[in-house]
Design a protein around this ligand. Sequence first.
Ligand code: DON
Length: 565
Amino acid sequence: MSKHFLYSIILLCFFLSCKKTEQTPTPIKGLITKNAMVVSARAEASEIGSDILKKGGNAFDAMCATQLALAVTYPFAGNIGGGGFMVYRKANGDIGSIDFREKAPMAATKDMYLDENGDVIPGKSTLGAMAVGIPGTVAGLFEVHEKLGSLPLEDILKPVIALAYKGTKVTKKQAKTIKKYQPLFLKANKDSIIFDKHWKENDVIKQPALAKTFERILKHGKDEFYKGETAKILAKFIQDNGGIITEEDLAKYEAKWRDPITFSYDDLEIISMGPPASGGICLAQILKMLEPFHLDEYGHNSLKTIQAITEAERRAYADRSFYLGDPDFVNIPIKTLIQENYLSGRMSDFSFEKATLSSAVSHGNIQIIESDETTHFSIVDQFGNAIAVTTTLNGAYGSKLYCSELGFFLNNEMDDFSSKPGEPNMFGLIGAEANKIEPEKRMLSSMTPTIVEKNEKLYMTLGTPGGATIITSVLQTILNVHEFKMTMQEAVNAPRFHHQWLPDEIRMEPNSFDRKLIKQLEALGYSINQKDAPVIGKVDGILVLDDNSYEGGADYRGDDTAVGF
Ligand code: DON
């Protein structure tokens, strides 16, 4: 073999091996369907929703069925004892949103979680009956069904009732969480509850009490929950356990249709939830602050991308803490908060050379005041209607208080109020006057059910649980698809990070980020926390592909599943 020939062979091998590494990896795709899809936290709930669509129901019918099925199969967060938000976009382009967030009872007071020294009483706003806000879910579902649904209520409720009687299989993850929270179930409840048992993977949990509550709701409508037998049992149960919710509180509850927050980012039009959810405004602020940066050039989870996102998040969360609360109680300068001028001003002191300190960032100055454990599911139906729904009990199994007679857990949403200015809640979020406790007020939420349009057509529907990290998880998923050209499933799978102004740290999913990158961030003055957020968000979304089929992104971090046809 001549030397020349040998060199040629070596060169060829080198060239071929380079070619190989340059090849783009095969994209990871979620479920793809032609007509319709439901992505939720549990397979049984997605199946029930998808079956409703197959029967000819629309996304709004499927929304009601999926939410109720989650109350059966995912009591960790699925609920009728909590509340939530839905954003929708109809096939004809009409958009809207509904707020069925919990409210403070009439007897609530600003200082109800403080002791005589003015200190927050640990656990009072998170565990047991005092933590419970007036549940909004049932009112929300009835509003949605009445205004936008198409099937008779019976068709929606029957499969859910059957599921509650038949029972649902315990997953491995569920067995773990039940076990983890059992000591708190014992603390919160006087009597033993169904979830005290030693549940193992594949055991079947039957919930006849919940099935009966659903049957009464089917028979007597919304009033059953807010004025009927269920209301009487519920108010008495809460009071017997030391809470302050009355029958009158329940009777007065109403879900509210609200204007969604809409804004553009590049060629996308984004529709998200307004106050009392902070999600839409914060998402708009962060994306608008990021718009001038070239994230696609910096690269996914690269040093510069993480810096730019972190700094935008820091500033948005500082505004959240000061300005946002229930719009029925406080004036929120929404227009200014999401205006380009205002936001470019907020970012004007940012440099890639050095981290901004949160102590140096406060809320922005706005002079003119103008006249925004959880689960998310996304649905697109065969008619082209899309919904994004996030609902919650707040903490895992809410207040842990379980009404055995009615068959459901009650929320601990009162903790989302600011119990004391400057004092962090269970998500470390700091609040101020705007989110103080007042009778009949809704507590500020981070929920961010979101729909994205491109070229005036539906492009994506998504959302997630995760407390304060909800907003930043939705943000990163949109950016992953739009800037970094990921599939829906890849966008959901990608490692996530989070900054919320205070505490001044970037939380990162552990072992998902390069060590060198972390060192570089630390050298620039960022404090990195890889311990406290093992999982950031559980995003469920649907992406419309070029051929108009749908790709589901179901988060592997939970038992989330996409089902469709
Ligand atoms: O409304 C909120 O922002 C909170 N109650 C959400 C709680 C949550 O996402 C917990 N899930 N991990």
